[in-house]
Design a protein. Structure first.
Length: 185
């Protein structure tokens, strides 16, 4: 059934509807430098091994650190870190140490040299496994090699960026696990 109330919408703003994934903080380190960047777009590409794809703009300080080191940590902030997420996203790592400036705690990684952001709900240590699209599209494919999460809440309130400076917070959950086949869970 069609909805007659639909109107044309600017294609450059479709992210408002197509970016359901949570905003993350990507931390990186190489040759004594470290950085954190805010990332609003990533995609799970495979479950086992756990592959995550993301675009890191070539002009970003983190791009250089990740490219040279071949690793990073994808950190999952909760909604209470919205000011830090915005601040990290609006500053340049070449100019200041974002960990210090935003009072974020850098914890050492175990499988990678990049630090965790301790205040985040989860930390996913990643290694670059496919860089074929980095030159053309700034698209990195990472394998998550270690994951650490706070066990409760299982579904934290995460931030979701819709563009134009507007965030949504993850909301009500709808559990339909009883309708899935066991091999799909």
């Amino acid at each position: 059934m069609s909805n007659p109330d639909k109107v044309d919408f600017p294609v450059e703003k479709v992210r408002r509807y197509l970016e359901p994934g949570p905003v993350v903080l990507v931390s990186s380190a190489c040759d004594g430098e470290r950085d954190i960047m805010t990332l609003g777009w990533h995609t799970v590409m495979a479950f086992s091994p756990s592959l995550v794809g993301c675009v890191i703009a070539a002009g970003n300080h983190s791009f250089d650190l990740v490219r040279r080191s071949g690793e990073c940590v994808i950190n999952l902030p909760t909604a209470d870190l919205v000011d830090e997420v915005i601040g990290v996203g609006n500053t340049r790592g070449e100019v200041l140490d974002k960990f210090e400036h935003f009072n974020l705690t850098a914890e050492p990684g175990e499988a990678v040299a990049a630090p965790h952001v301790a205040e985040c709900h989860a930390n996913f240590e990643c290694r670059l496994v496919d860089d074929r699209l980095v030159e053309a599209r700034n698209f990195f494919v990472f394998e998550v090699v270690r994951a650490r999460v706070v066990p409760e809440p299982v579904y934290p309130e995460t931030l979701h960026y819709t563009g134009d400076g507007v965030f949504m917070v993850s909301g009500q959950r709808i559990d339909r696990r009883d309708q899935f086949l066991p091999e799909m869970l």
